[in-house]
Design a protein around this ligand. Structure first.
Ligand code: SAM
Length: 275
């Protein structure tokens, strides 16, 4: 019998993949967690019916969360990742020798545990000595750590369940206070086809708090609509003022120094959302 997984992106539309094997299916304290193996995308982490990452295309998202901010900040020693329990962003952050410590705060220890077991290509650096893993609510963590981080990355689930508060104005204000005086933050901000209102609202809230706000995009085939956005807020440094010729080449599959500024050039309908 053929089994297919479908992520409903709206009540009328979804994307689907044929399941080779279901490796995990568990209701954790916070969400419905599944790890599915597929022929097309390899292993997939699925939370509450939404694809979080797949072995084949994970590099796009994880590189694009980490590198634009880290190559904008001149001295990113202390980095916080909120969410990100699969370890993909941590792996990319550690490619920056200036990073002395990366703190990962995910609310769900089961995501970390199963990612280490079933997604080693993604989670392989979670035990690196430069990484501190904390199982806690990211909202609480930033409110308890003022003036601490150079860069904060929000690698959260979509705004359902425990991640709802991670898209609130209060959270962005907390991030501002948790950053040092020249800090930068970046958050995944979903897609402009089905979540236009979310991008608009986040942009408005972040603009009220950070003096420099930039939105950039990336193509992620297994995420709803394939076109993903990221919102970057900065106290001092502008990613568009970076000298691309000074960005060192690191091992990546999507991000390049040429792409650093190009990623901020948005299609007109996305530009219109954030005017
Ligand atoms: N890349 C994915 C996407 O955009 O679909 C998200 C990756 S997934 C690893 C996001 C993580 O955020 C999950 O492991 C989840 O447990 C975590 N998370 C959700 N709400 C959270 C909260 N309030 N504090 C910390 N982590 C949270």
């Amino acid at each position: 019998m053929e089994l297919w997984y479908t992520e409903k992106q709206t009540e009328q539309f979804g994307i689907t993949a044929k399941i080779k094997e279901t490796l995990v299916r568990e209701q954790t304290d916070f969400q419905d967690l599944a790890i599915i193996d597929t022929n097309e995308w390899g292993r997939m982490l699925v939370l509450d019916g939404m694809v979080m990452t797949t072995v084949r295309d994970e590099f796009v998202y994880h590189e694009m969360v980490a590198h634009p901010a880290l190559f904008t900040h001149p001295n990113p020693k202390h980095v916080l990742i909120v969410g990100g329990g699969d370890g993909g962003v941590v792996r990319e952050v550690l490619k920056h020798p200036k990073v002395e410590k990366a703190v990962l705060v995910d609310i769900d220890g089961k995501v970390i545990e199963y990612s280490k077991k079933f997604l080693p290509e993604i989670a392989g650096e979670l035990d690196n000595p430069r990484v501190q893993v904390i199982v806690n609510d990211g909202y609480m963590h930033i409110h308890d750590h003022k003036n601490t981080y150079d860069v904060i990355m929000v690698d959260s689930t979509e705004p359902v369940g425990p991640a709802v508060e991670l898209f609130s104005r209060g959270f962005y204000q907390g991030i501002y206070e948790s950053l040092k005086e020249d800090g930068i933050f970046v958050a995944q901000t979903d897609n402009p086809w089905f979540k236009a209102d979310l991008i608009r609202t986040v942009n408005r809230d972040v603009r009220e708090i950070f003096p420099i706000v930039r939105v950039y995009g990336a193509n992620i085939p297994t995420y709803p609509s394939g076109l993903w956005t990221f919102t970057l807020g900065s106290k001092t440094y502008d990613p568009l003022q970076v000298d691309e010729s000074a960005i060192p080449e690191i091992e990546t599959k999507y991000y390049t120094p040429r792409l650093h500024k190009a990623a901020f050039v948005l299609p007109k309908f996305v530009e219109d959302l954030i005017k």
